[in-house]
Design a protein around this ligand. Structure first.
Ligand SMILES: NC(=O)c1ccc[n+]([C@@H]2O[C@H](COP(=O)([O-])OP(=O)(O)OC[C@H]3O[C@@H](n4cnc5c(N)ncnc54)[C@H](O)[C@@H]3O)[C@@H](O)[C@H]2O)c1
Ligand SMILES: O=C(O)C(=O)C[C@]1(C(=O)O)C=C[C@@H](O)C=C1
Length: 366
């Protein structure tokens, strides 16, 4: 990577994860950052991630090769004019916001198209803050890069290099196309998840049995309802047209399903599930948008102390390494499901055979 000094305005989940990812692969890089809560930046400095704490956009930014805007999207746009006086010639100003047309519009109005290259890593979490940032959050995830009409090719290439440095997969897209795509796969789904959670809240009985009994299906589809309201309000307010268009189609689809239910049309409902299943199964199963193959399976284990350690011992005794292990919390009591991921197909097959010998119940990843 040719760039070596990076500035961050906003240093939460995404800013912190990019900085950690850069430091992991390029430890000699210099990172300076500003955000509202200074105590977290002091922690980041103790962690060896931040070299210089800023009190706001200031002269020090002039040393940066690339400045990242990593606050909620409307704040990112409002920082553009504040940052401009501190950009050194040749520096790139980028952002990580989930919507792009709005910030590109402000960039054009301010005449900053030659210095700005938009960015959006397609991974994240419902959790916020530097405390949840990791050096691998964006690993194997697409990193969308949205140049302006005046972006220099070498600046786009520098953003490609940064994305690669944190092990993301760079992809260059037109910013308007970007906003329509993410409205469908991210923004509308967040609104659906949150409204579904609120539907259950408003429909529950006084004893809260819906909440008590909500299991895997509900929890899987609503995890993102725990996301930051401040961030998501700003995302929705800067992509309203696309979201409304898709929402109209979605409402029509729901009302069509409602009609089929009224008419007890089992065939139509079967077809709905059948077509969604085949399309969903055609998505690559991957942790965070990775295109690398997923070598994993799920093991049913008894929820008792030492259960995971026993399983790990069985595998390590055979020299089988796991690349990841995660508990599926869908079940409230009793047994748990453990998803284990391996580095390659051979390890996965060897682990499968070994655990079968010990009579573990194993479930293949779809
Ligand atoms: N969370 C995700 O899943 C995700 C994924 C990709 C992109 N994004 C985008 O990344 C950006 C940041 O999201 P995040 O998840 O890191 O949020 P976050 O809440 O974890 O971090 C936001 C950071 O911005 C700081 N901040 C907020 N307002 C500020 C202001 N006015 N001035 C200075 N600092 C301010 C906060 O202190 C915090 O450090 C957003 O634009 C979001 O759209 C989020
Ligand atoms: O995994 C999550 O919790 C996310 O919401 C991540 C997610 C998304 O997939 O919608 C959220 C916002 C981003 O702009 C990109 C990724």
């Amino acid at each position: 990577m040719i760039d070596s000094t990076f500035g961050f305005i906003g240093f939460g989940l995404i800013g912190g994860s990019i900085a950690k990812g850069i430091k992991r692969t390029n430890p000699s890089t210099r990172i300076m950052a500003y955000m509202r809560t200074r105590a977290k930046l002091e922690q980041a400095q103790r962690d060896g991630i931040v070299d210089l704490i800023l009190d706001g956009p200031c002269e020090s930014l002039r040393e940066c090769d690339i400045v990242f805007l990593c606050t909620p999207v409307e704040y990112n746009a409002s920082y553009l004019s504040e940052i401009r006086p501190y950009l050194k010639p040749g520096a790139v100003l980028t952002d990580v916001g989930s919507t792009k047309s709005d910030i590109h519009k402000v960039v054009t109005e301010l005449g900053m198209e030659d210095v700005f290259v938009g960015g959006h890593p397609m991974a994240g979490s419902e959790k916020t803050g530097y405390e949840n940032a990791t050096d691998h959050l964006l690993e194997n995830a697409y990193y969308i890069i949205t140049p302006t009409a005046k972006s220099r090719k070498e600046d786009v290439d520098r953003m490609v290099e940064v994305a690669k440095a944190i092990d993301s997969i760079p992809i260059v897209l037109d910013y308007q196309q970007h906003d329509r795509i993410v409205a469908a796969i991210s923004h509308l789904p967040h609104l659906i998840a949150s409204s579904l959670v609120n539907l259950v809240k408003d429909s529950d009985d006084p004893e809260g049995r819906m909440k008590l009994l909500a299991a895997g299906g509900f929890k899987d589809i609503t995890r993102i309802a725990s996301s930051s309201p401040e961030m998501w309000e700003q995302i929705c307010m800067t992509n309203t047209g696309n979201i409304i268009d898709l929402m109209d189609d979605y409402i029509e689809a729901l009302s069509h399903i409602r009609d089929e239910l009224h008419q007890k049309n089992g065939t139509a409902i079967y077809d709905l599930f059948d077509s969604s299943r085949s399309y969903r199964n055609s998505f690559t199963e991957r942790a965070r948008g990775s295109v690398t193959p997923d070598y994993s399976f799920t093991v049913d284990i008894v929820d008792e102390p030492g259960a995971i350690a026993t399983l790990a011992c069985i595998l390590s005794a055979r020299g089988i390494s796991m690349s990841n292990i995660g508990i599926n919390h869908n079940r409230e009591h009793g047994e748990g499901a453990l998803r284990i991921t391996f580095y390659d197909e051979n390890s996965m097959n060897a682990a499968w055979a070994q655990l079968k010998k010990y009579n573990y119940e194993l479930i293949k990843t779809p």
